[in-house]
Design a protein around this ligand. Structure first.
Ligand code: PLP
Length: 342
């Protein structure tokens, strides 16, 4: 995964459009900016290692038990804690591909064995994933909506899959883009807990809430699993500014909804515009679109960069473009229109 800093693409006019990392294009939420300002006073003090205030806020807001919530340094940090806590070297961790690039990286870091199951027509192939479960499988990631394709699995298929995974194997439902979902068939992972102690839901403040630079996310699940997860917590890795900002972000629901509505409207507009020009774009429930360009992906990414538009090209597979403000998306559309046909 390219976590290396990339030079932003620049157009000949010196313009730059950051559509590569699925960030929100909006600046800090007003309440978040104030909360961060207030935190400066106490910056010489350590953060609350148990994250009590944020945990309580999450519990109340989502109807969860506080001991069913674990905070971490981004949801990537929480995912790493999970893998470290449950997988021994040689154990297998299952995930779809292409999916979130951090999964294989984190699995290898823990000394576990990554097992990738190809998407089927751009969608998680849960039946094939169930067939790949072995007695060494400790964990299965299901990214819903999936990064980089934006595609989703519905409630019925997900529930059936959860029923096929044995109790000794955790299912980690990564809902990093939950706030952008508008399709009714997509379940809220938090509603699936009753009777399923092996389900863990990952959420983040990095995407719709706009706190990618602060590094805070969380897992929700059965208190026993969450207790194990907390033991793998790197002390103080959820900082005080991040915790306070996350609380303020949760209290900014109306503004977050207004912003995600703008992005989902852009999703509809851009998908239609691409479709009208003959691009095949799978239906996305996230803040990005996926162009399955296959062998032309890298060339398309380089072409966009010359127009100042940074996108994420996955070599040999496709290109993911984050939905930005209308002007950003128009710059992308213009670049795409100028890409020479095959
Ligand atoms: C962006 C993203 C995350 C968020 O990672 P953070 O560490 O919380 O910034 C998690 N999962 C997926 C699939 C993502 O795309």
């Amino acid at each position: 995964m390219s976590y290396r800093p990339e030079k932003p693409a620049l157009s000949p006019e010196g313009r730059s459009y950051a559509l590569a990392a699925n960030e929100t294009p909006f600046g800090p939420l007003p309440k978040v900016a104030r909360a961060i300002q207030e935190q400066i006073e106490g910056i010489n003090r350590y953060p609350d290692n148990s994250g009590q205030a944020l945990t309580a806020e999450l519990a109340e807001r989502f109807g969860l038990e506080p001991d069913g919530i674990a905070l971490g340094c981004g949801s990537v940090g929480v995912a790493q804690q999970l893998i470290t806590a449950v997988a021994e070297p040689g154990d297998e961790v299952l995930y779809a591909w292409p999916s979130f690039e951090a999964y294989p990286l984190l699995i290898r870091l823990a000394g576990a064995v990554p097992v990738a199951v190809p998407l089927r027509e751009g969608v998680h192939d849960l039946a094939a994933m169930a067939e790949h479960l072995t007695d060494r499988t400790r964990l299965v990631f299901v990214c819903n909506p999936n990064n980089p394709t934006g595609t989703v699995v519905g409630r019925a298929e997900l529930e059936e899959f959860l029923g096929r995974v044995p109790p000794g194997c955790l299912v980690v439902l990564d809902e990093a883009y939950h706030e952008y979902v508008r399709a009714e068939e997509v379940p809220d992972g938090l509603s699936l807990f009753p009777g399923r102690p092996h389900l863990v839901v990952l959420r983040t403040f990095s995407k719709a809430y706009g706190l990618a630079g602060l590094r805070i996310g969380y897992a929700a699940g059965h208190p026993e699993v969450i207790g194990t997860l907390r033991k793998a917590y790197l002390p103080y890795s959820a900082g005080s500014v991040a915790q306070a900002a996350a609380i303020a972000a949760l209290r900014s629901g109306d503004e977050v909804a207004r912003r995600t509505d703008i992005i989902t409207a852009e999703r509809t507009r851009l998908a239609a515009a691409l479709d009208a020009r003959g691009w095949r774009v799978p239906a996305s429930e996230a803040n990005f679109l996926w162009l399955p360009l296959g062998e032309r992906a890298t060339a398309f990414g380089a072409h966009c960069a010359t127009a100042g538009v940074s996108v994420r090209a996955v070599a040999g597979a496709g290109v993911r473009v984050t939905l930005g403000l209308p002007a950003d998306n128009d710059a992308f559309l213009a670049a795409a229109a100028a890409f020479p046909p095959a």
